[in-house]
Design a protein around this ligand. Structure first.
Ligand code: RTP
Ligand code: MG
Length: 138
């Protein structure tokens, strides 16, 4: 069964959105197969967002995602990689469709409350960065 990696970013945790986001993911029908709250290191943040290392916003992005606890979520379900991205909405909340997390709970591109893997290959890589196999349900 398909799996993906979701992460409630520090702004989402700070604003008390963890419960609501988890409820919506679970009600959708996805299974939470791994879950933990942690403050991520600079190294992990840089590895996680390595594809953006040459972008002008990289430094800000790394400092933001390490600024407080995040909630790392391993999610399983049919079509969950694309399905999570749909539920998140566009990167810039101003362009996100109503009803998506980013449209409903965020206003700025730099603090858009949730991360989701872009494709199945990224999902596998990111799940491996954040979870040991013993931390994931079978
Ligand atoms: P994420 O990786 O966090 O799920 O977000 P995403 O796929 O929707 O967007 P991506 O292009 O991967 O960018 C990662 C994060 O970098 C910040 N960003 N800032 N200032 C800018 O132009 C800019 N562009 C991207 C966003 O916070 C985005 O979520
Ligand atoms: Mg991305």
């Amino acid at each position: 069964m398909e799996r993906t990696f979701a992460m409630i970013k520090p702004d989402g945790v700070r604003r008390g959105l963890t419960g609501e986001i988890l409820v919506r993911l679970i009600k959708k029908g996805y299974r939470v197969v791994g879950l933990k709250q942690l403050v991520i290191s600079q190294e992990l943040a840089q590895q996680h967002y390595a594809e953006h290392k040459e972008r002008p916003f990289f430094g800000e992005l790394v400092s933001f995602v390490t600024s407080g606890p995040v909630v790392a979520i391993a999610l399983e379900g049919e079509g969950v990689v694309a399905g999570l991205r749909q539920m998140m909405g566009a990167t810039n909340p101003a362009n996100a469709a109503p009803g998506t997390f980013r449209a409903d709970y965020a206003t700025t591109i730099g603090e858009n409350i949730i991360h989701g893997s872009a494709n199945e290959q990224d999902a596998e890589r990111e799940l491996g960065l954040f979870f040991g196999s013993e931390e994931l349900l079978q």
